[in-house]
Design a protein around this ligand. Structure first.
Ligand code: ADP
Ligand code: MG
Length: 262
């Protein structure tokens, strides 16, 4: 097994004023090369916290987080990140936004142009290179964000609810686009979401997280054939997988609700 990302007993505790908050406790997971894995859980369960650590922008307070077998010590161009909110520079064009990350490296301008063009093509933004973010719809902006994360040709994409702010129609189109990107770029994806259908439609495997402190409650293999379309959602296996995951979430939500009330 060729594991890209491995979390071993990962814990994360934050200091909030005078108290400590455990956001994540004893979290174990792995993502194999070329796999599409989702981390599914309720709001506040530590999904973003985990992704930040996988990106190397924050660190576990216990346990270990490994990428290609080595402990993550900081950000790397091998791991591209896509956030939920639009993180583009409004004063830069689409092409300039995508190019921005490349400028830190001493790549010749012609090579930068090639990589930007490749990224633009992958997400179907041809013709919009000179547009500014304000001129684009939400879905288009997230395409730019994906293109920007892809421009380094990272080994892995880390995505934090990237379609959470989009309407249902656009979201479906973006999910299809992401699957095409994943297949053509042959990359590995760890995708954070609180949407069960999104997790099932996209993933090879889904990790269901518990409410805080976040840990893995269940691991579900999504053995639905690809390519998956809107029609996949009406197959018996889809319905069964959905019920299985919802059951886990329901038990968990009840537990969280009860502990809040007490
Ligand atoms: P999710 O992304 O699943 O909604 P988060 O990872 O954002 O959840 O947050 C998990 C918990 O950790 C929350 O209770 C949040 O308040 C806490 N938390 C996250 N980041 C910080 C931080 N930088 N400082 C203090 N507490 C934090
Ligand atoms: Mg979050």
């Amino acid at each position: 097994m060729n594991a890209k990302l491995v979390a071993e007993h990962v814990g994360k505790t934050f200091r909030q004023r005078h108290r400590w908050v455990t956001a994540i406790a004893d979290l174990n997971l792995y993502v194999v090369e070329n796999e599409f894995v989702s981390l599914l859980g309720p709001s506040g369960c530590g999904k973003s916290t985990f992704l930040m650590m996988a990106a190397g922008l924050d660190f576990p307070t216990s346990g270990r987080l490994l990428f290609n077998g080595s402990e993550i010590t900081g950000p790397s161009i091998e791991r591209g990140m896509v956030f939920q909110s639009y993180t583009l520079f409004p004063w830069l064009t689409v092409a300039e936004n995508i190019r921005f990350a490349l400028q830190k490296r001493s790549l010749p301008r012609s090579r930068q142009d090639e990589l930007v063009a490749e990224s633009v093509r992958r997400v179907g933004l041809e013709g919009f290179e000179q547009a500014y973010p304000a001129q684009l719809s939400g879905g288009m902006r997230q395409r730019v964000a994906i293109a920007r994360a892809l421009v380094y040709r990272p080994q892995m994409l880390l995505m934090d609810e990237p379609f959470g702010a989009l309407d249902a129609q656009t979201r479906l189109l973006m999910q299809e686009l992401l699957l095409r990107v994943w297949e053509s770029a042959r990359t590995t994806v760890l995708f954070v979401t609180h949407d069960v259908d999104e997790a099932i439609l996209l993933s090879d495997r889904v990790y269901v997280m518990t409410a805080r402190p976040g840990t893995i409650k269940a691991e579900v293999t999504i053995d639905l054939p690809r390519p998956r379309t809107a029609a996949t959602e009406s197959t018996p296996r889809y319905v069964e997988l959905r019920r299985l995951i919802l059951e886990q979430i329901h038990i968990e939500a009840q537990r969280a609700f009860t502990s809040m009330a007490s």
